[in-house]
Design a protein around this ligand. Sequence first.
Ligand SMILES: NC(=O)c1ccc[n+]([C@@H]2O[C@H](COP(=O)([O-])OP(=O)(O)OC[C@H]3O[C@@H](n4cnc5c(N)ncnc54)[C@H](O)[C@@H]3O)[C@@H](O)[C@H]2O)c1
Ligand SMILES: [Zn+2]
Length: 349
Amino acid sequence: MNEKIIHINTSKEYDVVIGRNLLGNAGEMIRKAADPRIVAIVSDDNVFALYEPVLKESLTRQGISVEQFVFPHGECSKCISVYEELLEFLCERRLTRSDMVAALGGGVTGDLAGFAAATYQRGINYVQIPTTLLAAVDSSVGGKTAVNLRGGKNQAGCFYQPSLVICDVDTLSTLPEREYKNGCAEVIKYGMIKDEAFLMNLKERDAHEWIDDVIARCVEMKREVVSADEFDTGERMLLNFGHTLGHGVEKCSDFSVSHGFAVAQGMAVITKNAQIKGICAEGTYELLTGILEKYGLPAVIKYDPEDIAKAACVDKKSQGGQISLIIPEAPGKCVIRKIPAAEIIQWAS
Ligand SMILES: NC(=O)c1ccc[n+]([C@@H]2O[C@H](COP(=O)([O-])OP(=O)(O)OC[C@H]3O[C@@H](n4cnc5c(N)ncnc54)[C@H](O)[C@@H]3O)[C@@H](O)[C@H]2O)c1
Ligand SMILES: [Zn+2]
């Protein structure tokens, strides 16, 4: 095995293991990390059919009992009613604090299963096994867990770090093209906020060809950010680059524009305006839009800036009339600026 291990040193420390053919050995890694008696595998129907059998087999080989909770795929399942079903399931199957939840899937599964693990019996161990590029580079690391409320996305949740993250890159081979592109937007985001050389590599070489290293570099950058600011009161906000306007686009499109595509547009439009205002180095916008285009991502917002600004400002990031906006100064360098919410419109067209 040729895997890479990245150690995360948040309040609870854990390893992120990135490599090939890991699912078949997941049981052994899980036993070493937490030694559970039972593992409840949580997965959506798509991912369950593809990858649960291998995971289950590797767990039973270690003498670990397996319970299975499957839910319909999609963001709609990241809700209170599925969360409640999952908690009742854990209770009915008599899991205790020496047992474990395994989140096998994308960000929806990770956020939902993580929040259930965080709250069931005041917190039991869980392992993240990301199967989307977005989950591999972003949601599986850092311990943000949540479900959506009718009033908004991620409105009920908590910080709760996993015991282990197992990223089997082979699982990405079945990912639909659109989901791969969604993940690429977050990958490009990391380059823009923290690492110019990485960004240039994304420009020169197709990420697909060196995807294991791409994921590892993104996880390293996420580690830097979350270990400096685990609870998201400062530097971690950098990860929101492109997201304020992106959320505006998602809302204005009634969520028909998917997350990565919306973030791509948000990053491009913020960068354009930062350049016009003289905050950002000349050529950054052209570099970014060239890379977005290469990865099949859009750079133009088609909605009215006023509607985007309105949608962005009811977002949870707006506090007391101020909004924290992530602004690029150059490729690989972004800063956090507080601006009056009324000024967001100047950044949205
Ligand atoms: N916790 C965090 O820090 C954090 C960060 C970013 C995003 N998120 C959350 O992540 C969610 C989005 O995650 P996502 O984009 O992974 O969505 P997702 O979990 O819904 O997965 C996308 C689709 O891909 C399918 N799929 C997953 N893996 C597959 C595979 N290997 N092969 C074939 N199909 C596969 C799923 O069934 C689903 O239909 C959002 O709810 C967002 O709020 C959380
Ligand atoms: Zn995102």
